[in-house]
Design a protein around this ligand. Structure first.
Ligand code: GLN
Length: 199
């Protein structure tokens, strides 16, 4: 099975590297034509508003909508691209809506742009997974078909709340953080073994 990584903007090279470590030579996806030979896709972290624009101008967004069977793993901005609804996005920002979640862009606060946490991830931990959050989206609501695989507890303006940070719905997997930046390949491996190869 050929795996592609959306390579319009963001940290797609880090995803290529993670997949490489798992023995998968992934393909950069920049044009609709690049979709022809792939059977699974990764949406990287980066800037979802920019990716949204480039998806539109490259024609990739339209082409992707015709590939509904594709399993997709999205991280951070990639999660935003998959979400059903986005708060604090740009008005013209589009998402595919494949994951029944509501996200708030940069929802962990503007001052604290980045933090780390050790997460227990369902079907993956122990040991815990070190997660790096960089201007990450907060998942504010999940639909009943969405499996929450990990949560993080966070102080939102003096109120400690636990929010989902790894979710799966069928062939869609997403994390609010960046597994591609820590060298921990377990989520990528989960995507390949439990979603891509089992189809
Ligand atoms: N804040 C970014 C966005 O809205 C996502 C950040 C990231 O991918 N690290 O797209």
């Amino acid at each position: 099975m050929n795996v592609g990584v959306l390579a319009l903007q963001g940290d797609f090279l880090e995803h290529i590297d993670m997949l490489d470590r798992l023995g998968v030579r992934a393909k950069l996806v920049k044009t609709p034509k690049d979709l022809d030979s792939i059977g699974a896709l990764v949406f990287p972290g980066g800037e979802s508003t920019t990716m949204s624009k480039l998806l539109e101008s490259s024609g990739l967004g339209e082409a992707l909508k015709a590939r509904l069977e594709l399993p997709i793993f999205g991280t951070c901005a990639g999660l935003i691209l998959l979400a059903r609804s986005i708060s604090d996005g740009r008005p013209d920002q589009v998402s595919f809506g494949y994951l029944d979640v509501e996200v708030r862009r940069n929802g962990f606060g503007r001052q604290i742009r980045s933090f780390e946490a050790d997460l227990d991830v369902l079907e993956i931990s122990p040991p815990p997974m070190k997660a790096v959050f960089i201007r990450a989206p907060v998942i504010e609501k999940v639909g009943s078909d969405v499996k929450v695989m990990a949560t993080v507890s966070y102080d939102f303006n003096g109120k400690e709340e636990s929010v989902p940070v790894v979710v799966r719905q069928g062939r869609y997997l997403a994390s609010a953080f960046h597994p591609e930046l820590t060298g921990d390949t377990r989520l990528h491996e989960y995507f390949l073994q439990h979603i891509v190869e089992s189809r």
